[in-house]
Design a protein around this ligand. Structure first.
Ligand SMILES: [Cu+2]
Length: 121
């Protein structure tokens, strides 16, 4: 058995692994309090400017903000904080009251930034 013939493929394999390191895209789904189309517009047009964010999608029916971002440049915590700063709730944290006061009238009326109320049965 030739040791060299065993080592070479392993070394090549390790080398290839280290070289192929693409930008790490991470996803996070943040449960928010979006009710109307203005929320979607406000969130999508603002969060996209957060560090490393590549894609923002707000799903109204489930009130979920889906974010694709570079894991080296941002964190789910910071993205949640950014959402709260815009005046919208993020995973149980209500939107910043000051920011909420500046949201479009329809959002104020619908209570978009507030935490969703428990459905009455
Ligand atoms: Cu709204």
């Amino acid at each position: 058995m030739n040791l060299k013939s065993l080592f070479l493929p392993i070394l090549l394999l390790l080398g290839a692994n280290a070289a192929a390191q693409p930008a790490k895209t991470a996803h996070v789904d943040i449960k928010s309090s979006t009710v109307c189309d203005m929320c979607v517009q406000t969130i999508e047009s603002n969060l996209i400017y957060e560090k490393g964010v590549k894609k923002v999608h707000v799903d109204l029916p489930t009130s979920t903000v889906h974010v694709e971002y570079d894991a080296k440049k941002n964190t789910p915590e910071a993205l949640r904080a950014a959402l709260v700063k815009l005046g919208y709730a993020a995973d149980g944290t209500p939107g910043d009251p000051k920011a909420f006061a500046k949201l479009p009238a329809c959002c104020q009326k619908e209570g978009c930034g507030k935490l969703p109320e428990q459905p009455a049965h």
